[in-house]
Design a protein around this ligand. Sequence first.
Ligand code: IPE
Ligand code: IPE
Ligand code: MG
Length: 260
Amino acid sequence: MFKRWKNLRRRSSSKTEPQFPTVSLTNSMPAHVAIIMDGNGRWATKRGLPRTLGHREGVNKVREVTREAARLGIKVLTLYAFSTENWKRPEEEVGFLMNLLEESLNNEIEELHKNNVVVRVSGRIHELPSALREGFHGAEEKTRHNTGLILNIALNYGGRAEIVDAARRIAAMAREGKVAVEEIDEELFSRYLYTAGLPDPDLLIRPSGEMRLSNFLLWQSAYAELYMTPVLWPDFGPADLREAIQAFQKRQRRFGGLGV
Ligand code: IPE
Ligand code: IPE
Ligand code: MG
């Protein structure tokens, strides 16, 4: 997937695809970018195609956007691939998505590994079909010692489910006397989330024009900068990522304080 890494770098600064002038590897580069990959169905429907083709096209964008994120020096890219609520969809679509996820992982894992990407998965993974579950566990295992971009796939992910899962684990620890109730604070709680050890997202992008979080990273996004765009995910490319980052770089983050 990142095969011609150097060529790509060179090509992106050529005349055909000009380097985005204002995006540079500075301190204001978001460390963690999270994206709700939405709009696949509408992309296909608009073209008179079955929704499944929109999902397939969406996978190509995962590849392009991941490559661009790595090139820009982003540390963590979280991609919302399937929510705990997406099981409500017709069985056929859910089945297609599960197969597509498995197939895409199998197709990409070698290139991801070669390019030093760390694959992580966040969600109720134990509820997934076994081949997919094992595929992701294998990918995590294979890439765990890599040092490049962390690609965190939110799969069977729900922000509320995640908080409930953390609360259950902490309660079990408390019951066993392994943690004192007074010790439970935000820092400890964070360590029981699927995203333990990752920084909170700085920039949360939602394509497709919807103005909602749809249960994505509810805890972690407390102070994320939100960027909504009408572009549908299968049309969202590297230039759209750079545009979102450029908008992010113009924001003033205050975290409840007065800023500087
Ligand atoms: C996002 O695209 C993919 C998943 C939720 C799995 P959608 O399938 O939600 O596309 P729209 O929102 O119907 O256009
Ligand atoms: C959010 O999109 C989930 C993913 C992109 C994986 P949805 O399409 O499920 O969200 P709603 O239903 O429009 O809120
Ligand atoms: Mg949608």
